[in-house]
Design a protein around this ligand. Structure first.
Ligand SMILES: NC(=O)c1ccc[n+]([C@@H]2O[C@H](COP(=O)([O-])OP(=O)(O)OC[C@H]3O[C@@H](n4cnc5c(N)ncnc54)[C@H](O)[C@@H]3O)[C@@H](O)[C@H]2O)c1
Length: 433
């Protein structure tokens, strides 16, 4: 029943004549208002699934890049009939529209701040990973989610991918034996492209708003569109972009929350950029009963080792590879045993499971349940990425008290859990949300 029909019914029969379940049904099926903040590649992938699912009406889009936003608005109108209002400043959007739901698919340096402001405006959030750019921002976002009590689904769609779910079941059943070492990795081939020189800011882009609380670097086509992943001021590196998906899976399998110690090193093999993000990084995370290794390379993809992306779980009964487009595969230790393989079931474009994650999010809102990729578990996965970045930048290992979310005995490393914001943006404080 649509809201209009509900009003007609209640007008004709009178509220006194209605039973309570009728009212609940009406509120459950009413369309929710939805806004998208960040109309780039992934934001539009999410919005298309939201439009197809049909529970929401798109009321607004926001992007400091007007060209990207206008193209998005045309597509929205064509696909859903909704005529979205356009904003370049998300604060204005939140104040004027007060949407029921926002999707946040901006570069990493915006996630926590826009998340907190959206919670304060009363919105449920589909928030892209990693949840924050620094550890202290993540703490503030989690504090805000506790205070405002809205649902947050983090875009860790592998948490609901069919082959990932059956893979975790397989591991938990003990069929791979006792697992002492886990190796997560993403290797892409690359060519060492050199950085493009800074250029004039295009007239359709509000560059100051794009950079927001982060440093205002000279504009370059290497940064926008789609190049923010090369610049540590705006990204968290490959360990925050891809690693966080695998850390989420590892914590899900182990039911652990925090490593005790982290060491990471990385560098640019191809000097000269673009940007300053490492093109290889490795990190070691010590847990109570197992150790996790992370590796990324943007040169020399790894066909020689069969899989270029995924996580190997090394168990006493064999090696289990949890992958992406290659599903999962178990290589038993016993020579005469059969290899077991599970194909993936992924949505298009870009081989993902946003559709399932969106459906779970809507169900969580409607039924007041915890979404499958909730903010707290996603914070633990994000912290693994951010601790790896922090250790790499500090140049030493970090002892981590996960329960207190504190670095132990290292004041200089502790300072790196936050960074200065550019004026007038104010760094969010977990103790004063
Ligand atoms: N879950 C996944 O598998 C997955 C996959 C890809 C990307 N992502 C995430 O999605 C996010 C966006 O990545 P992308 O590849 O779509 O980048 P993109 O550059 O294509 O899109 C980001 C958009 O955000 C806009 N933007 C910048 N500042 C803004 C602001 N203040 N307000 C509103 N919009 C702003 C940019 O102009 C751009 O249009 C990243 O955090 C990335 O980690 C997740």
């Amino acid at each position: 029943m649509q809201r209009r029909d509900f009003i007609k019914v209640s007008g004709a029969a009178g509220l006194a004549g209605m039973t309570f379940p009728n009212i609940i049904l009406a509120s459950k099926t009413k369309k929710m208002t939805l806004a998208l903040i960040g109309t780039g590649w992934w934001g539009m992938n999410i919005l298309r699934e939201a439009m197809a699912e049909g529970s929401s009406k798109i009321v607004a889009l926001c992007d400091p890049d007007r060209k990207a936003m206008e193209t998005a608005a045309e597509e929205v109108q064509k696909l859903s009939g909704d005529k979205a209002k356009l904003y370049t400043d998300y604060r204005e959007l939140l104040k004027k529209e007060k949407p029921d739901i926002v999707i946040i698919a901006t570069p990493d340096h915006w996630h926590a701040l826009q998340g907190i402001e959206s919670l304060k405006a009363g919105c449920h959030i589909y928030l892209e990973k990693p949840i924050s750019h620094t550890i202290d921002e993540g703490k503030a976002l989690v504090a805000a989610s506790e205070k405002y009590g809205k649902k947050i689904q983090v875009g860790l769609h592998r948490h609901i991918s069919p082959h990932n779910m059956s893979g975790i079941d397989f591991l938990r059943s003990g069929k791979a034996g006792k697992i002492g070492f886990v190796r997560a990795f993403v290797h892409y081939g690359g060519s060492g492209r050199r950085a493009a020189p800074p250029s004039e800011v295009p007239s359709h882009l509000d560059w100051n708003m794009w950079c927001g609380p982060a440093p205002l670097l000279p504009f370059s086509n290497d940064i926008h569109p789609r190049g923010f992943r090369n610049y540590m001021d705006y990204t968290t590196g490959m360990v925050g972009d891809w690693g966080v998906h695998w850390f989420d899976q590892i914590l899900w399998w182990s039911e652990d929350k925090h490593p005790k110690r982290v060491f990471s090193t990385g560098n640019q093999f191809f000097k000269g950029g673009p940007g300053d993000a490492p093109d290889f990084q490795t990190a070691v995370f010590e847990f109570e009963e197992f150790t996790v290794n992370w590796e990324h390379r943007r040169f020399a993809a790894n066909e020689s080792e069969k899989h270029s992306i995924g996580v190997y779980f090394y168990g006493t009964e064999g090696v289990f590879h949890l992958g992406w487009q290659d599903g999962w595969t178990f290589y038993p230790a016993k020579k005469d045993s059969q290899i077991i393989h599970q194909k993936p079931s992924l949505g298009m474009p870009d081989h993902q499971n946003i559709k399932e994650l969106w459906a779970d999010f809507i169900q969580a809102i409607r039924n007041n349940q915890k979404p499958v990729a909730d903010i707290v578990n996603s914070q633990y996965a994000t912290n693994m990425s951010l601790l790896a970045v922090l250790s790499m930048q500090a140049g030493r290992s970090i002892e981590w008290n996960g329960e207190k979310q504190e670095i132990v005995g290292d004041a200089e490393a502790t300072r790196r859990m936050r960074r200065d914001y550019r004026s007038p943006w104010i760094y969010p404080d977990a103790s004063n949300i």
